[in-house]
Structures are given as C-alpha cells and as structure tokens.
Design a protein around this ligand. Structure first.
Ligand code: NIG
Ligand code: FE
Length: 424
C-alpha cells in the first residue's frame, strides 16, 4: 500500500492525459439532486476513459474515441470500474484519547448519564484533546485521514468540537488546517464549538454561545480556519430556541450552517430548515413531519449509519426521506464516542440493506449529493470542469462495490488527476 502526500502531487500537472480503458465508468452525471433513484437511471460507459488536465476533467467518454486527442495515456489492463471519489461530509477525526470504555459500558446496559458520571462521554474526549499537543493532533488526523483515503474518500469534512474554549477550538482548527496541507485529500473544516456547554464554563449556555460568536468567529474568518458552523441541537446539548441567536449571528457573518439534528429527539432539523442550513445530520429520531420539512427544503439530509451501528440504535429514515423527495447524503460521523469504526462504504451498505436503498442511491449519497452537503459544486461527478477525483476498483461490475460492503478495496485512488493511493 502506498500513500502520497499533497506536496508531491503537483509535479506533472500541465499536460493532458487520458486514463483508461475502464470496463465500466460511472460518471454520476445526469441524475436528479433530489428524490429516489433507480439503478436503471445510472449511466454506465463501457470501456470508458477520462481526459484530465491540470487536475480537472476535460472530457469523459469511450476510451477509443478520446485516444486521438492525446499523446500521454495511462493504460489500465484488465477489468476496472471507475467512480468519483467519495465525499465524507461529517467526521470528528481530530481528537485525543479513546472511549473504548464507553463502548463496553453501553453494551453492559449503562445509560448516557451513567457513562458521563463514570467519566465518559463527549467531555472525556474534550479533556483528552485539551491535553494533546498540536503535533499529536495533526498526527492523529493524518493517520485517520489516510485510512479514509485508502478507502476512496478524496474529500473529508473534519469538525472541531472537542476543545470548547476559544483557545482549544483554535488549536484543533489550526491542526486541521496543517493536516490539510499534508494530506492528499481535501479536508473541509467545520467549527463545532457548540457541541455541548463546557463543564468548566461558569455562565449560562447563552453566555457561552455569545462568547464563542463574539471571540471565535472573527478569528475563524481572519485565519480562514472554517466557513462552516455546526451545533448539536439536543436535550443534552443546546435547545432549538437556545441555538437560534447563535445561528443568526453565524449566518449574518456569512458562515454556512450545519446541524447535529434529531439524533435522539426532534427539533434540530426544523431549525436547520428555518436557517437554510446546508445540511441536517443524524435524523435517527425524525418523524414524518421532519421528513416532509426536509424534503421540501434545500437542506441535505445526512444519514450517519456509523453512529447507529456504534450506539446500537435505529437508522435515519433514508428510504422515506428519498421517497418524500429529499436529498440524501451518507457520512461516517467518524468520532471516538459513537462512531469509532470510520468505514464509510461499509456503514452505507449496511444501512442500505435495512433501508432498501438502490446502488444508485448509495453511490449518489457518497458523491454528488454529499458534495451538496458541503456546498461544493466542483466535485462529486466526473464531467468537464470538475475535479479529477476518482476511485478505481479491480472488478468488471460496479455492483460488486456495494455487494462486498466495503471489503472490495480500491486498487488506486486519484485526487486532482494525480495518483494518491496505490494498493500495490
Ligand atoms: O455526531 N452527537 C454528537 N456528536 C457526535 C458524538 C460525539 C462523541 O460522542 O464524542 C456524533 O455522534
Ligand atoms: Fe457528529
């Protein structure tokens, strides 16, 4: 297995190169952003090729038709399926410590409150992360992001939220920025200072949020540390009414909003729709009312099956969301508490068996629909002008990718037209 860093990638960017032929090439274009998808709608190019220049797709088509246009060809002998790189729109991979004991306690029947009392829960990770050095945090992000890259994820959102003070949130977001310079994939940072009211904060939740908005938001913009603000809207974290003024300030300052919504109780998705958040994530507790609200909106519903598997609770109502006309993305929620596994394709394909998702719905949720959750229009499909981010699998049939539930691994992964992972 071979991983290349971003710094090594820009050596040969100028020429136009043809890659292929791929037994099947799935460009993931010409599919609707919203609603359910049937596999009959999926366009498959047989013996396809991709023309790449300066990190972007110039043209996608039949390999033999594109051959005359170029001198440089990267040939693929044998059977290969090519799909766009995965986009994981929700992770918390910057943290210190482990919460292995939470897992054991949960399975022994202990409640959220009992686990928190015994020193577990989010606050445990905050304590461990505050103790970690910046260098240690960068190292942790790098190790985790490289695993995601080897599984085909070329864009990875990373949240703060285990600092919960201005200085500690900055330490985390600066570590994410540094890791982004080192890793070949794109890391998209999000500020989750509203993960819970810190236990060492003397004032009210309202005062904490005001303090964050007043003291942290301007630095995020000045240092370009994040243009996305997230909040955990839940009984154990922040109420809908409590978070509204914070979101108002964030939106007025030009941030995109995203919400940890309806994980255990409802309320979060309603506030997400009200504030035109780019995404509402979790949704395990969403009812018909929330499903309809989301389906009518432009807010992307992000299911996090890794948290359902980690906690042993139900999945987000993905089937109903799609049938109601919503936009469904699927993300890993990779975090030390509820979702330590961090394997996006495995989780998505396990959820798909319970929620009855078509292959096209799964792949859309991991590519162009996930790009929408991050408000990124330059990726998620293979088409002229989009980033040349793609995965090549050693198979002749794209159905094998989902069928093996994450165990068919990429042969190679390309980011901006350059090979960034090679399994050989
Ligand atoms: O998305 N729900 C809130 N936050 C995380 C869990 C964080 C933790 O337990 O450390 C989540 O599941
Ligand atoms: Fe999360």
């Amino acid at each position: 297995m071979h991983l290349l860093s971003k710094n090594l990638n820009h050596i040969k960017m100028a020429s136009t190169k043809l890659m292929g032929p791929f037994t099947q090439l799935l460009p993931m274009t010409d599919l609707p952003l919203k609603g359910s998808l049937k596999d009959e709608q999926l366009s498959i190019i047989t013996n396809g090729g991709i023309l790449v220049s300066e990190g972007k797709v110039v043209k996608v088509g039949v390999f033999d038709d594109l051959k005359s246009a170029v001198t440089e060809i990267e040939h693929f002998e044998g059977n290969h399926v090519c799909i766009p790189g995965f986009i994981d729109a929700h992770t918390h991979i910057c943290f210190g410590g482990s919460r292995a004991n939470d897992f054991a306690m949960r399975n022994a029947g202990k409640s959220y409150l009992e686990i928190a009392k015994a020193g577990g829960g989010i606050w445990d990770t905050v304590t461990q992360t505050r103790k970690a050095s910046s260098k240690g945090l960068v190292k942790g992000i790098m190790a985790r992001s490289q695993k995601h890259l080897a599984n085909g994820t070329t864009t990875l959102e990373v949240k703060s939220g285990y600092g919960l003070s201005v200085d500690e949130e900055l330490k985390i977001l600066r570590a994410i920025k540094e890791a982004n310079e080192q890793t070949a994939q794109d890391l998209v940072p999000t500020c989750l200072a509203a993960h819970m009211k810190p236990k060492d904060w003397q004032g009210s939740a309202r005062e904490y949020l005001d303090h964050i908005a007043h003291s942290l938001f301007p630095i995020l913009q000045k240092e370009k540390l994040a243009n996305r603000i997230d909040a955990f809207v839940e009984d154990s974290a922040f109420s809908s009414s409590g978070i509204a003024p914070y979101f108002e300030k964030a939106r007025n300052s030009g941030f995109d909003l995203t919400v940890h919504a309806d994980q255990f109780t409802t309320g979060g998705s309603e506030i997400a729709v009200r504030f035109e958040a780019v995404s509402a994530d979790h949704l395990e507790a969403s009812t018909t009312r929330e499903i309809e609200l989301l389906a009518k909106s432009n807010t992307v519903a992000v299911a996090l099956p890794g948290a359902s598997i980690g906690l042993g609770c139900g999945y987000a109502p993905a089937r109903k969301l799609l049938d109601a006309g919503g936009v469904l993305a699927i993300a890993s929620d990779h975090n030390p508490g509820s979702a330590p596994m961090g394997d996006l394709l495995t989780q998505a394909t396990i959820m798909a068996t319970f929620e009855k998702l078509s292959n096209t719905e799964i792949l859309a949720a991991l590519t162009f629909r996930a790009a929408k959750a991050l408000n990124l229009s330059d990726r998620g499909m293979l088409k002229e002008g989009k980033l040349a981010d793609f995965i090549i699998y050693p198979t002749d049939n794209y159905q094998e990718i989902t069928y093996h539930q994450g165990q068919l691994k990429p042969l190679v992964v390309y980011k901006s037209g350059e090979k960034v992972f090679d399994s050989i």
